[in-house]
Design a protein around this ligand. Sequence first.
Ligand code: ARG
Length: 461
Amino acid sequence: VAGALWGGRFAAGPAGALAALSVSTHFDWVLAPYDVRASRAHVLVLHRAGLLDDEQRDGLLDGLRRLGDDVASGALGPDASDEDVHGALERGLIERVGPDLGGRLRAGRSRNDQVATLYRMYLRDAVRAVGAGVCELVGALVSQAEAHPEAAMPGRTHLQHAQPVLLAHHLQAHAWALLRDVDRLRDADRRLDASPYGSGALAGSSLGLDPALVAHELGFSGPVENSIDGTASRDFAAEVAWVLAMTAVDVSRLAEEVVVWTTHEFGFARLDDAWATGSSIMPQKKNPDVAELARGKAGRLVGNLAGLLATLKALPLAYNRDLQEDKEPVIDSVAQLSLVLPAMAGMVRTLTFDTDRLAELAPAGFSLATDVAEWLVREGVPFREAHELAGACVRRCEVRGVTLDALDDADLAAVSPHLTPAVREVLDVAGALASRDAIGGTAPVRVSEQRAALRQVLADA
Ligand code: ARG
């Protein structure tokens, strides 16, 4: 069979259902450019080991160059007879340089060490690309923060009004979480940075090939230390799957907020027309589908991680064909994030915040009660008592149907003689914000310093 990498010991070819089960070209073709590159490095070590003469080396390198061009242009693709990307490329090489020369390349390597290496190469590029996408989203959040440096909003815990915060502070909170994901992607690359090429099927090669040379040719710091580990381990893929899932989960938390913020009831923000969708029946609708798809896809990425871990669980060493199941979930996670991240960035960048409404709601729900308690503490009242007194003010407001700043002097005095009219100086959102001026707090001065730090992290990323 054209492209078959085995067959000598078989009297008959594989049954149709086996071939159909076995085939992986529909997902492992993404490894083709990496396979061609690795094959070029392999030619060099075969030559270095005296297994190819100069002419054979040059012929193979030339064939691989043409093969690579044809892969890039799409002139070469997988064929129905190909089991996997490796077989397809050997078929393509033999079509270009003939069976005698093309058939020499496979010496000293196995698809087991090949695929483990190529997958790492693919993932190294993927984590960089996803990291750039996350940075774009962070950039959108930081620009929105920059555009609204002083706008207040109701900060919430338990989704209930808690304390006023700056909108910029809130947006920047999402940015920090996402930048940790970028850091994790980069950190995962440290584990990806070891080349299994030369591990062979599991035991290494007897042909005197130098794994370090291949590793360096392929941009790795060095080869793996153990050929069994090199061909059997996939913790690097599970790690990437986790970081991708975590990234999607972090994006989903922002997405959920956009869904809520753009409801009529919240009315915190409006979606730009280019980043919203309509309804096929309700003419008035403007839906946050970008955010909803981002939120939904996070579940899919969590599933991809869980599926991969389940595949790896209890797999004996060394290579098992189960490991072919390692690629689709992670490739899918990469693909989904490369759709989600630019869309989320575009949606966030074009959100219009209703800063008047945000400002109006910032003190709602008695969100300055903590400021009353802390004012009392500064007046010398123990916090335990101050908390009770501020709570009593809230109860009085609820009974009278007024806000905290509407309590008159007599109301305040009735709650406690400590509550002099001077307490009104803290019943003001701008004052409450400015007073939270320790590192990490929501005071405008700290939030703008924080934004400068974010911009620095972004610039270094
Ligand atoms: N396509 C396989 C994978 O992705 C590599 C081939 C290894 N096959 C084998 N029979 N050892 O894991």
